[in-house]
Every structure is written in structure tokens, then in C-alpha cells.
Ligand binder design. Structure first.
Ligand code: NAD
Length: 334
């Protein structure tokens, strides 16, 4: 299969391209390089441009009429930036996605797999959320994801568009050959922060919030190895028609996680065990808007897509550490 991957120069996009290739498919990358590094595209088929550029999209499909499916990952993804600059986020993530889907339908390419996020979920007592759990997107970023989900749902009723919406939990790690990984200079996510503190690039790792209603008071997440996440996209494109056919729906939402909740303290303990490094830690109150968190019920992914995660938390941490040591070679910076 030939698969258009928007955002294919990004962290998850480049890993997904690799998983597609390993499964015998051909990715076609469309990315503006707004944030994604050129090095992550390698020698793949590549169009540098914006997902909202309809004439570029017509050129891509004209040159690759055998594209079967589009994985739409291109987005702005920084939560605090979305609070400060919501217009950028609604324009790039929502308005441009609308143009992309409208053009794809017009071009006769109606199959879309969309990267959504577990950050849409509201707080549930057990912390385990299935796809019907209540939503409460806490930031403009998360709201852009929800809006695009709604656009896909409505378009799938009214047009030929068909959609598989994947709600990712918390990806960590790199691809097995360490060709791509987290590329932010100062990663804001919890594992990146732990790595910075463990390697002396930051004084301490701050545990923000120790009074949450979880088993040890710290926030809970579902850390999914990015290689497992990438493989889930292979399953989604290969079984696209089967998934929607089995559900008798023109669009559907599927959680992608491990099914296990891990608290910040548990992550810290596993991190120290796997890496042998000591993480200097500081505990503070929660930051405004910090989510207590959730973990995925993954029954639907298993049942309709035949996918489940295979790699462990320790694998993900080990892979993040290995990538951290190699990334200067790939990116030219630490
Ligand atoms: N990383 C996470 O923790 C996480 C969690 C849930 C969902 N997601 C979603 O997964 C997707 C990929 O995330 P990622 O972590 O790989 O992010 P990333 O920033 O590494 O990748 C996004 C890519 O999209 C490109 N891009 C952005 N705007 C564009 C535009 N208008 N036109 C063309 N290209 C554009 C960027 O250059 C970048 O290469 C995003 O949609 C994100 O919202 C990520």
C-alpha cells in the first residue's frame, strides 16, 4: 500500500513511516518541517509543504494516484503555546485539517487515520478510560484534537470520507534502530525531564503534584512505546475497511495505550532501575491545569484492529536513553 503521512518528519510520523516500510508499504511524506527535522525524512518520498495547501495536495495525489490512505499527524503540539497563541492552533490544527479532508474527498482519497490524543479524557474514578468515557479537553491544543474528531465524524456521515481516529496515550522511546526519537532541545514531557535531571543537564526533576487521588498521590499516565504506536498505524491502514466494516460505522475512535497506568513515582523507580542513574527530585504542588491522568482500556484496539502493545515500560525507558545518547549524531545537537 502507498500511504500519505502528513507530519511524517515528526517524532511519531517518522517512526510510523519506518514501521510502514518494514511491513512492505510505501510512505509518502508531506511535512512543512515546521518542527520536524529534515534528517527524519531520510530518502523517503517527500513533499515539503503545508497540509492546508490544496494545490500541493493535488500535485501529491496526481503524482501518486495509488495512495490508499492518509495518516494525518501534522499538527502543532505544544500545550502552553496553544494557551498563549490559540489562533495559531485553531488555524493550523483545525482549519487546515478541514481543507485537507475536503480536498482528499474531492480527489477520491477518502480514507483517513487521524492522530488524536488521550488528553481529551476527563477524570474518571478508576483512571481507566474506554472510548466512550467522558471528554473534557483541558487546553486549546486538546480542543483542536476534539474539533477535528468531530469534523471527521460529521464528514463521514455526509461525504465519502471514512475515518479511524486513534487516541494516543503517552508515547516514549525511539524506533529499534535509533533513527528517530524525541528531538526537542528541552523536552517538556516527564521522561525527558527525568533524563535531563539524571544526566546533570538540570538540577532536579520536579514531581508536580503529590496529593492526587492516585495510589501514591502522583499523576498517572499510560506510557506506550513509540514503536508499538507505529505498528498500530500499520494495523489501522491494513485493516481500515475491516475495522469500519465490523463496526458498521463510517468512522470510529480507538484508544492506543498499554492498558496499564503508571504513576510518576513508579516511572521514577523504573527509570532508576533500568538506567542505574539516580534522579535528584523535588516535590511541589500541581501546576495550574495539570491533569491527574488516565490509562487506556485497550479492548477495542485488540478486538477490531488485532493490535496490542508488546514492549514494556522498561523497554521504552531503555530506548529513550539509548536515543538520547545517539541523537547528536542524527540531529547535530544534544
Ligand atoms: N507526542 C505525543 O505525546 C502525542 C500524544 C498524543 C497525540 N499526538 C499527536 O500525534 C501527532 C504527531 O505528534 P509528534 O509528537 O510526532 O509531533 P511532532 O511535532 O514531532 O510532529 C508533527 C509534524 O507535523 C509537522 N507539521 C506541523 N504543522 C504542519 C502543517 N501545517 N503542514 C505540514 N506539516 C506540519 C511538523 O513539522 C512535524 O514534523 C500530532 O498530531 C500530535 O497531536 C502526539
Amino acid at each position: 500500500m502507498k500511504v500519505l503521512v502528513t507530519g511524517g518528519a515528526g517524532y511519531i510520523g517518522s517512526t510510523t513511516c519506518k514501521a510502514l516500510e518494514e511491513a512492505g508499504h510505501v510512505p509518502v511524506v508531506l511535512d512543512s518541517l515546521l518542527t520536524g527535522p529534515r534528517a527524519f525524512v531520510g530518502d523517503r518520498i517527500f513533499y515539503e509543504g503545508d497540509v492546508g495547501d490544496r494545490s500541493l495536495l493535488r500535485r501529491v495525489v496526481g503524482e501518486h494516484p495509488d495512495i490508499d490512505c492518509t495518516i494525518h499527524m501534522a499538527a502543532r503540539i505544544v500545550v502552553p503555546e496553544s494557551v498563549a497563541q490559540p489562533v495559531l492552533y485553531y488555524r493550523d490544527n483545525v482549519a487546515k485539517s478541514l481543507d485537507l479532508f475536503d480536498e482528499l474527498v474531492a480527489l477520491g482519497k477518502p480514507r483517513v487515520v487521524f492522530s488524536s490524543s488521550a488528553s481529551l479524557y476527563g477524570l474518571v474514578e478508576s483512571f481507566e478510560v474506554d472510548e466512550s468515557a467522558p471528554l473534557d479537553p483541558p487546553s486549546p491544543y486538546a480542543r483542536t484534537k476534539r474539533m477535528v474528531e468531530q469534523i471527521l465524524e460529521d464528514m463521514s456521515v455526509a461525504t465519502d470520507l471514512r475515518a479511524v481516529v486513534l487516541r494516543y496515550f503517552n508515547p516514549i522511546g525511539s524506533d529499534p534502530d535509533l533513527q528517530s526519537g524525541v528531538y526537542a532541545k528541552e523536552p517538556s514531557h516527564v521522561l525527558g525531564q527525568m533524563l535531563l535531571a539524571a544526566t546533570g543537564k538540570k538540577d532536579t526533576f520536579t514531581v508536580t503534584g503529590t496529593d492526587h487521588p492516585t495510589r501514591d498521590g502522583t499523576g498517572i499516565r499510560d506510557y506506550l512505546h513509540v514503536w508499538d504506536l507505529a505498528r498500530a498505524h500499520v494495523a489501522a491502514v491494513e485493516r481500515f475497511e475491516t475495522v469500519l466494516g465490523r463496526l458498521s460505522e463510517p468512522s470510529t475512535v480507538i484508544n492506543l495505550g498499554t492498558g496499564h497506568g503508571v504513576t510518576v513515582r513508579e516511572l521514577l523507580a523504573t527509570f532508576e532501575q533500568v538506567t542505574g542513574l539516580k534522579v535528584p527530585t523535588l516535590e511541589t504542588g500541581p501546576r495550574p491545569g495539570d491533569a491527574v491522568g488516565a490509562f487506556a482500556n485497550v479492548d477495542k484496539a485488540r478486538e477490531v484492529m488485532g493490535w496490542e502493545s508488546e514492549l514494556s515500560l522498561a523497554d521504552g525507558i531503555g530506548s529513550a536513553l539509548a536515543w538520547n545518547e545517539r541523537r547528536r549524531e542524527v540531529l547535530g545537537y544534544e
